[in-house]
Design a protein around this ligand. Structure first.
Ligand SMILES: Nc1nc2c(ncn2[C@@H]2O[C@H](COP(=O)(O)OP(=O)(O)OP(=O)(O)O)[C@@H](O)[C@H]2O)c(=O)[nH]1
Ligand SMILES: [Mg+2]
Length: 384
């Protein structure tokens, strides 16, 4: 296991030397304490500098010989944004066979002493988030206004995206290679601060196992913030683009897919019925039950893999869920019969098929509601 720590910098001359030292120091302790000797021992740091006018890159360049093979510098011609800096580092690391990636700010807001705990968690997860918003985590040194803006922004992102990660905006995150491969890095649209949200939302939507561990985030003591009103508003607007591109299905989309799945199930049901009852002359009642079970199984698989795939991406097909789905289908069938009978006796339409159509529609709606809210409901991160 090889860890690559990516540190983007823009005008961090006052921090970078001490920060790099602190990172390597924390890696030294990571091995013996947590049994991550190999991972931490082989870990490397890459600084991605955007031609900082204060000479950050020169400082890093001078440090490189002190950490042979373990400190790298990627120089870019100008300020191209935090997001593209990370993407460049991921590309670099993936091509060289690194399999765990850590993002960190250079301003000491992200304390390197958390790295061992994150390495421990990454063994059983795809993404580990250093989170300010879970119990035990917090921010130190921010004004009430900045805290309010940050919390408000985070809540807004969570609401727009319908995603229950508590710290969507934070930049202290660890990724496995597998997680990065699932995210589709080349499709990322964010260049600046919404990059962190987009990465996490993509991982969440792709069904990655995500863990948030509490961190105490400390406001920078040296250097200037790169955050501006323009960048902030841009990030807020980007949420909607991200939602559109990653495309969480709406309830209507799910319903249409559910109906198509039901129609396919009916075709399967009729085909098997025709074979068993008409060709092989088997008794209609057991054949009918058999056909129902086969169609329900087919519907279960297609709904899991297609209609509700965004809810079930983290789960495998299971007997328990099949049983729940078949139960919901039986209930749908019961509603179908009850409604059909009620329409017949109350309205007596000239064609009985009209009553049956009403019954099917009612049964389908009940089955859909049970499927969406119960059988294929989206599990929260806590349930994993
Ligand atoms: N390469 C590169 N790094 C950047 C860019 N913008 C910000 N950074 C770095 O990204 C990290 C986070 O930026 P910060 O300015 O600390 O942003 P912040 O944490 O939201 O705000 P403050 O802590 O208040 O400054 C720091 O290490 C910055 O130097 C950029 O355009 N390119
Ligand atoms: Mg910062």
């Amino acid at each position: 296991m090889k860890l690559l720590i990516a540190i983007p910098t823009y005008n961090e001359a006052e921090n970078i030397e001490r920060f790099i030292k602190a990172v390597f120091d924390s890696l030294q302790t990571a091995g013996p304490v947590d049994g991550n000797v190999n991972r931490a021992g082989e870990a490397a740091v890459i600084v991605i500098d955007d031609n900082s006018p204060d000479g950050t890159a020169d400082i890093v360049e001078k440090l490189v010989p002190q950490y042979p093979g373990r400190l790298h510098l990627l120089k870019r011609p100008g300020k191209l944004g935090l997001g593209t800096a990370y993407l460049a580092a991921f590309d670099w690391g993936l091509s060289l066979g690194y399999d765990v990636f850590l993002e960190m700010d250079a301003d000491f807001s992200h304390n390197p002493s958390y790295i061992p705990a994150m390495l421990k968690e990454i063994e059983t997860h795809d993404v580990v988030i250093g989170s300010r918003n879970v119990s035990g985590g917090c921010v130190e040194g921010w004004s009430a206004l900045r805290t309010f803006i940050s919390k408000g922004g985070s809540l807004y992102a969570r609401l727009v995206l319908g995603c229950d990660i508590k710290d969507l905006t934070g930049g202290f995150n660890m990724w496995t290679k597998a997680a990065l491969e699932r995210i589709n890095l080349s499709g990322i649209i964010s260049k600046g601060y919404s990059f962190q949200v987009e990465m996490k939302f993509r991982a969440y939507s792709a069904g990655c196992r995500i863990k948030e561990i509490p961190i105490i985030f400390v406001d920078r003591k040296m250097g200037k913030s790169k955050m501006s009103k323009k960048i902030f508003v841009e990030a807020l607007l980007n949420m909607w683009k991200i939602k559109k591109i990653i495309g969480a299905d709406s309830g209507i989309d799910q319903f249409i897919k559910f109906v198509v799945t039901g129609a396919l199930g009916t075709v399967t049901n009729l085909l098997i019925f025709f074979l068993c009852a008409d060709i092989f002359n088997l008794h209609e009642i057991p054949v009918s039950i058999f056909c129902f079970l086969i169609a329900a199984s087919q519907n279960y698989v297609i709904n899991h893999r297609w209609s509700f795939r965004q809810n079930t991406a983290r789960e495998a097909l299971s007997f328990k869920k099949w049983l729940e789905f078949t139960g919901a289908s039986l209930l749908g069938l019961t509603v179908n019969i009850v409604v059909m009978k009620a329409v017949l006796s109350n309205f007596a339409p000239s064609f009985k098929v009209i009553a049956q159509a009403c019954g099917i529609a009612a049964g389908m709606v009940i089955n859909f509601i049970l499927s969406k809210l119960f059988v294929f409901r989206k599990k929260s991160i806590k349930e994993h």
